[in-house]
Ligand binder design. Sequence first.
Ligand SMILES: [Zn+2]
Ligand SMILES: [Zn+2]
Length: 146
Amino acid sequence: MPFVIPSEGGCQCGEIRYRLIGEPIFLTVCHCTDCKHQSGSAFGMSLRMRKADVELLQGAPKQWTTRSDNGNPKICVFCSSCGTRLWHGPGPLGNLSVKPGTLDDPSQLAPRYEGWTKRKLPWLRIEGLEASFEEQGSSHRPASAS
Ligand SMILES: [Zn+2]
Ligand SMILES: [Zn+2]
């Protein structure tokens, strides 16, 4: 995935700013119910990053914990002023799932995988994605990644 390092992003109101200083692990599209509720839209996107590669530049995000569709606790980090979700995690592997729509320039990224396709909205078509990973028995994580 070609990616300009570092890349910066932030919340909708500008209070929280962050910088990605390492190569993303992968980018996924997720069709689970939780991602639809969180994004308020047709699907969610997760840019998997090593925690050490995500630097908080400005602001003090808040967090709360929910459970993902596979039952694991999920830490949700957001701006308390505008409510923008910034990232989830760290998860069991110590990685963060950055919400890539918060990047200043998300156009350089393209998703490679999609998950929870059984919950995909019937009108939605996204070209070029590889087989979903939850059908390989590993939700939110493709079999080829650690
Ligand atoms: Zn904000
Ligand atoms: Zn999801």
